[in-house]
Design a protein around this ligand. Structure first.
Ligand SMILES: C[S@@+](CC[C@H](N)C(=O)[O-])C[C@H]1O[C@@H](n2cnc3c(N)ncnc32)[C@H](O)[C@@H]1O
Length: 510
């Protein structure tokens, strides 16, 4: 066979070579041929690092290795470097892990070369998104079990398409760059109705001598991964094809007769089995990642004690929207029969007082459905207990003035509830507590802080008690009001979970 012209690397050109998942012999024949002609190699941390040792003495190797949170070189600088080296007349190989175009930013590097008039070619590689599962005996589209593979960058929240893929028994989902975020990914999946019994395999350093594979289900995979000390780089494979022993003849023999259903968990989820109405924890969404984590931890704490399934929903900023989640879990009222007439879903506002979101957003979502809305979390003496704890953690001293700061509402009933909460906090602390609001209601937090400062004893401070559930926009606003110290938001506290569960029971008339 004669090599095609693409297998020649001319001076002044760049080849983006997909190096495969790591084993040196999983690079393509063309990729290896080009690598052997290079006089400059720009290498990643992942991929076939062993091949770098085989390069000739005169070859310049530039390591731009990326690891989570610590990139050696910025992406735009990598593009510039490829162009600089090619324009200097070198034969340049950009050796990348896996395939250059699968979450590999290869497109940006091609664009940088083309913008500078540098000829560039791309050699596909064996992506870890598929070879990772394969290395762990996961046939991602096993006939009769899965017909699709969904590959996603799991370095953030899952989107609606990702959740749909996870929910679809005929799809295998591969989560890349997600091992550090496993708790977040699992929380989001489970709180959006993905069956906790869904099989999961995690494959670290696939195809390399250090390869490790662990298996579990969405319910226990965090524990399994932590116990085994699994870390980056790893792919997380979710779906029926990831079941332990899926390709194991002995396991199949043992379950013969029951067919493949015996190997997998069907659609009989906790939500389907549960006679208790679904608890929909409805928060104000947030763009703050720590804020989203706090809300999900709180919901999982609630889920650990709830009699039935628990789902997440939002009134703003984040999806899924409350109306959508209620519609998915509660029939329209007119479709109710004598048997199904019972309440199917209870919306528990993870909101601290009445206002537009509780009355209109949640009210509209449950109207005309076999669903009901519970009362918001506040006011409640237990929230005073949580705030007192947060104030202690923030270093509250005798003599300090305390301003309790909430997000704010135009609803007079909501304002009255926040004022009542401040009274309860004052009672708990044994000192007067004034109120301020981040927006809409009076007085603004900054004015309340300024007023509290007047007549303060020498050395005493003004401390804001943040009457906000989670980090995010509203906590940032109350933190920027000029106080000497600000307590942390209420957060994922057992008492907050206890109140939410009580609101659920009360709404059901229990
Ligand atoms: C920036 S992405 C690059 C993906 C690459 N372009 C590919 O196609 O494989 C890096 C992620 O790929 C996955 N990965 C790469 N090599 C791997 C390996 N040998 N074993 C397991 N996962 C790997 C991990 O999820 C890692 O966080």
């Amino acid at each position: 066979m004669t090599a095609p012209p693409e297998a020649r690397l001319e001076p002044g050109t760049v080849a983006l070579v997909g190096g495969g998942p790591g084993a040196w012999d999983l690079i393509t024949v063309r990729g290896l041929a080009l690598l052997r002609q290079a006089d400059v190699v720009v290498a990643d941390r992942l991929g076939p690092r062993a091949l770098l040792d085989e390069l000739g003495e005169g070859v310049e190797v530039i390591d731009v290795g990326k690891r989570p949170g610590a990139h050696l070189m910025r992406q735009d600088r990598i593009g510039e470097l490829l162009v600089e080296k090619a324009l200097a007349g070198h034969r340049v190989v950009r050796l990348k892990g896996g395939d250059p175009y699968v979450l590999g930013r290869g497109g940006e590097e091609v664009l940088a070369c083309r913008a500078a008039g540098v000829p560039v070619q791309v050699v596909p590689g064996v992506t870890s998104a598929l070879s990772g599962p394969a290395a762990a005996d996961v046939p991602v589209t096993h006939r009769g079990t899965a017909v699709a593979v969904h590959i996603v960058n799991a370095h953030g929240d899952l989107g609606p398409a990702d959740l749909a893929a996870l929910a679809d028994p005929g799809t295998t989902t591969v989560l890349m760059m997600g091992v550090e975020w496993l708790p977040r990914l699992v929380s989001q999946a489970v709180l959006n109705g993905i069956d906790p019994a869904t099989p999961v395999a995690v494959v670290q350093e696939a195809t390399l001598p250090g390869q490790r594979v662990v298996r579990g289900t969405l319910a226990d995979i965090e524990e399994v991964v932590t116990a085994a000390g699994i870390g980056h780089p790893a792919v997380i494979v979710v779906g029926r094809t990831a079941t332990e022993g899926f390709l194991d003849v002995a396991v199949r023999e043992a379950t013969r007769g029951a067919g493949r259903e015996a190997l997998v968990t069907g659609g009989d989820s906790a939500a389907d089995r549960s006679p208790a109405p679904v608890l929909i924890g409805c928060s104000h969404g947030t763009r703050s990642r720590p804020g989203r984590d706090v809300l999900r931890s709180l919901l999982r704490r609630i889920a650990a004690q709830a009699p039935g399934a628990v789902r997440e929903a939002f009134v703003d900023v984040q999806s899924p929207d409350i109306a959508e989640v209620v519609a998915a879990h509660a029939q329209p009222a007119e479709a109710r029969t004598r048997e199904t007439g019972a309440v199917q879903a209870v919306v528990v506002p993870l909101l601290l007082s009445l206002g537009y979101h509780v009355k209109d957003d949640i009210g509209d979502a449950v109207a005309g459905r076999a669903a009901t809305a519970a009362a918001p979390l506040g006011p409640d003496p237990r929230l005073a207990e949580v705030m007192a704890q947060r104030l202690r953690e923030a270093g509250l001293c005798d003599g300090d003035a305390v301003v309790m700061a909430g997000s704010g509402t135009r609803d007079p009933e909501g304002v009255a509830q926040v004022e009542e909460m401040a009274r309860l906090l004052g009672q708990r602390l044994g000192r007067e507590v004034s109120v301020g609001f981040a927006y809409a209601a009076q007085p603004p937090v900054a004015d309340a802080v300024a007023a509290a400062r007047e007549g303060l004893a020498e050395g005493a401070r003004v401390v804001v008690a943040s009457y906000v559930l989670a980090p995010g926009h509203f906590h940032d606003l109350v933190s920027a009001a000029g106080a000497d110290a600000v307590s942390a938001p209420l957060g994922d506290h057992p008492l907050v979970a206890e109140i939410a569960l009580e609101r659920y029971e009360t709404a059901l008339g229990a």
